[in-house]
Write a protein that binds this ligand. Sequence first.
Ligand SMILES: *Cc1c(COP(=O)(O)O)cnc(C)c1O
Length: 332
Amino acid sequence: MNSSAAAVAPYRTETSSFSTATAAAAAPLHIVTPLLTTRIGELDVALKLDNLQPARSFKLRGIGLLCQHHAARGVRRFVCSSAGNAGYAVAWAGRALGIPVTVVIPETTPAFMRARISALGAQLRCEGAVWDEANAVALRLATEPGVAFIPPFDDPLLWQGHATLVEELAQQCSEQPDAILVAVGGGGLLLGILEGLRRVGWHHTRVFGVEPEGSASLAATLATGRVVELSAPRSLATSLCVKRIAPALVTACRGANVVPLTVSDAEATAACVRLAEDHGQMIEPACGVALAPLYTKKEAFAGLRRVVAVVCGGQVVTLGDLARWQGEQERA
Ligand SMILES: *Cc1c(COP(=O)(O)O)cnc(C)c1O
């Protein structure tokens, strides 16, 4: 292979071998994920295993679509400012599309996430003590010509991509579920779920938006009817620690059947342990937040029978974390 051919198609992905030039118009970057049915207490539960996305969380649905959109209009670089699942998904999409990626991270980013993002070929730039400072640098870089900024949750194209999760459910479920459980950080996933429910005509499905007690911006926003900014969101579920949700949620929740729930960090980590033990899936606390009500908030499901839980995924977890949380549960 000569060097110019290598320059045209430098990257291959595990799931596809399409060339970079046609990728934007071709298949989505995410995959259709399995739906695992089980029983938890009195409930028939279907676990939508988006932790099995190639980029290890649902984020690839929306970020893949947004990156394909920008690739089609000819951008030459993606920039984002997340050291978690969003940054990883952008790095993954960039590699699949053959477009260089810069991920601006704060100094607090753990070494294992730096290594994983670098392993996808993305350039890491460490700026600032906290995410807000890294984000300011990313926004500045994104003003350069040919660069697209990829936000983690606040973009309508992201929500369109996330909506495919519900379209898949409509193919996989024999009946409309009574409820869907979704973790809420900035609310991009929730906006996508609401869009998906509209698309498939599931008007009666209740949506539980679940947040950690220390970062419940959806609950605060729905209670007051306007976007509430938290001064210092704090939780082990770091992927959900966002000061304010996407403002579009205020209108989207109006008239929709959205019920906010909050769970403690201990409930979230216990759910991570349960999922590993009962179903062999390793997830981070942000995803444990979505599942925790199934184990500890049974009263929320009175009168409901069939519930879908979005196993949104996440890789910000180690085997050591799971073992520690298991020990904490045994001592509790
Ligand atoms: C990003 C993320 C969320 C929250 O998604 P939002 O769109 O910010 O609400 C939940 N779980 C995991 C694993 C995530 O990576």
